[in-house]
Write a protein that binds this ligand. Structure first.
Ligand SMILES: NC(=O)C1=CN([C@@H]2O[C@H](COP(=O)(O)OP(=O)(O)OC[C@H]3O[C@@H](n4cnc5c(N)ncnc54)[C@H](OP(=O)(O)O)[C@@H]3O)[C@@H](O)[C@H]2O)[C@@H](O)CC1
Ligand SMILES: Nc1ncnc2c1ncn2[C@@H]1O[C@H](COP(=O)(O)OP(=O)(O)O)[C@@H](O)[C@H]1O
Ligand SMILES: [K+]
Length: 498
């Protein structure tokens, strides 16, 4: 699914009205009805007092239409118009008139003295600014937003939290508890810098014209379940373990053997036919008792890897989990990179070793997948100022070395030399020890099964996240562990194929 800019969305808006021969007012009604449906399925108690804060543009117009629909269906609604400009958009002005005729309580806020008490309201609907924001929020709009943010109430933003910049760092905006955005994902909603503004983000379909959307060019995408469903290959009736791919996981050192166990088990559970773990001697019995399905190739050294010599022919290699950064291991890793021809995933200490020896990056096969968390990324590419800067620097880095970067986070980003993909699955339950090791195993397995590196990264990240979504009502987020991710990979496949 495409992530688009405010300008592109405006164009799609316009094209929708032209192609479908409807007025902009009609489109506003469609959008507001979609929000109304979302709202009324979640908040069924019509006695909860609702306040709608509307601006004077089309986002405000949406707020007014929503207020009208809510009152008509029996909700108790009050509207506050934040008059930051005397100039109302045509559709907003129309809906102010309609709301007055329908006797909805409306109050204008033009100065500090007009600021209402919020204590009587349970829910605040924020429709002050949408994607039309084009400068810093000042004056009365700022005062209203400060008051809303201090209220401690549930704040539901229509389209975007008012004040959120669509193309740069945001310093001041509504702190929404939920953002209900209209059909097209906006990059700003998924950036960690904006986590205090967006709350939980929902996408609702408002019936924008599909041709208009497909005409829009972009380098930013939101990964959806449908897309992953389409890229997963069916299981061949005549499959046998030799046709399903052989994953090799290289890693582990004394005290850190769990990481390779997790990665190896995740690889097998993701569907490759064979898994071999390459570990130091101290890891052999650990691995074989924890995970009997795996084969083990043992390093000559006891506590950490010093050789990386093997005679098997893996279809993909995942290297780096629990590896350690001792000088002998670094040297072994260098020699491995010199010889390796298999598709490759590098994580954890593998990344740290590369950060210390940046010239080795040139040895990586084209489309190697690196899976850093933000700290590991900063060791590789240096520091950044804010999220947009981080994304562009990462894309440059991916381009320079022909890599695919999986930047882990609440919304994991997959970045190659051209495009940026935002993952849509996952919950904070994944913030648990070994979660990243499991991801390495999943992606390595998909690579071994013959998926293109970009597809392996997208599907792997999506499946990994989905295990947490599917477990949300069965395992409390606080007690969800990396092993629970592995145990739910099968459920994730079921859910995707549904
Ligand atoms: N396809 C879709 O998704 C659909 C979208 N729809 C809805 O339209 C929304 C976008 O509406 P919009 O373009 O009218 O802009 P909006 O955000 O309401 O701002 C209003 C005006 O405020 C002004 N202004 C800007 N910054 C300012 C500031 N800091 N302080 C003070 N003033 C400032 C600026 O005007 P200016 O002053 O620059 O002339 C701007 O034009 C969108 O988010 C969605 O809710 C649906 O209705 C239909 C389908
Ligand atoms: N709040 C969150 N929401 C969704 N996913 C998360 C969240 N926090 C962490 N994750 C995911 O969990 C994994 C953590 O990986 P990593 O930081 O390498 O952990 P570890 O080193 O413990 O294995 C990543 O895939 C990341 O995207
Ligand atoms: K808003």
């Amino acid at each position: 699914m495409k992530i688009l800019t405010a300008e592109q969305i405006r164009e799609i808006d316009l094209k929708t009205t032209t192609y479908e021969n409807i007025s902009s007012l009609e489109l506003m009604k469609r959008a507001s009805k979609a929000f109304f449906d979302w709202f009324t399925t979640r908040f069924t108690d019509k006695n909860l007092p609702v306040s709608v804060f509307s601006g004077t543009g089309n986002n405000g117009g949406d707020g007014l239409v929503v207020a009208r629909m809510l009152q008509k269906s029996g909700y108790k609604v009050n509207v506050f118009i934040v008059e930051y400009s005397q100039h109302y958009s045509e559709d907003c002005a129309h809906n102010v008139r309609r709301a007055k005729v329908e006797n909805i309580p409306i109050k204008k806020i033009t100065s500090t003295g007009d600021l209402p008490s919020l204590s009587g309201f349970e829910i605040i609907i924020d429709a002050i600014f949408g994607t039309g924001l084009n400068r810093e929020v000042t004056g009365i709009a700022r005062e209203v937003i400060e008051k809303i943010n201090r209220s401690g109430k549930k704040i539901i933003s229509i389209d975007v939290p008012s004040g959120l910049s669509m193309n740069g760092k945001t310093y001041f905006a509504v702190h929404a508890t939920e953002t209900v955005t209209m059909q097209i994902p906006k990059l700003a909603l998924y950036l960690p810098d904006n986590r205090n503004f967006t709350g939980e983000v929902y996408l609702i379909n408002i019936g924008l014209n599909e041709t208009a959307i497909s005409d829009a060019k972009t380098a930013f995408y939101f990964i959806t379940k449908q897309e992953i469903k389409e890229l997963l290959k069916p299981l061949d009736k005549f499959a046998h373990k030799g046709t399903q791919g052989h994953s090799l996981l290289i890693g582990g050192s004394i005290g850190k053997m769990g990481s390779v166990c997790l990665a190896s088990r995740a690889a097998l559970k993701t569907g490759c036919g064979l898994v071999t773990a390459y570990v130091p001697k101290c890891g052999t019995s650990v691995l074989q008792s924890a995970f009997p399905e795996a084969m083990v190739v043992e390093d000559r050294n006891d506590t950490h890897i010093t050789g990386i010599d093997f005679t098997i022919h893996p279809d993909a290699v995942g290297a780096g989990v629990g590896l350690s950064e001792s000088p002998e291991t670094q040297h072994a890793f260098y020699r491995f990179l010199q010889q390796n021809k298999s598709p490759l995933v590098i994580d954890a200490d593998g990344l740290n070793i590369l950060s210390k020896n940046k010239e080795w990056l040139a040895l990586l096969p084209s489309r190697t997948i690196l899976t850093p968390h933000p700290k590991e990324l900063s060791r590789l590419i240096g520091v950044w100022n804010e999220d947009y800067d981080k994304i562009y620097k990462t894309r440059e880095f991916a381009k320079k070395y022909r890599l695919i970067i999986v930047l882990k986070g609440a919304y994991t980003l997959i970045i190659d030399s051209e495009n940026v993909y935002v993952n849509s699955s996952g919950t904070p339950a994944l913030a648990t020890a070994g979660s990243g090791d499991v991801l390495t195993g999943i992606i390595t397995s998909l690579l071994a099964q013959g998926y293109e590196p970009l597809d392996a990264a997208k599907a792997g990240v999506f499946i990994h996240g989905l295990t947490a979504n599917l477990s949300a009502t069965k395992i409390h987020a606080r007690s969800f562990t990396a092993s629970d991710i592995i145990d739910n990979i099968g459920n994730a496949y079921f859910d995707i194929e549904k």
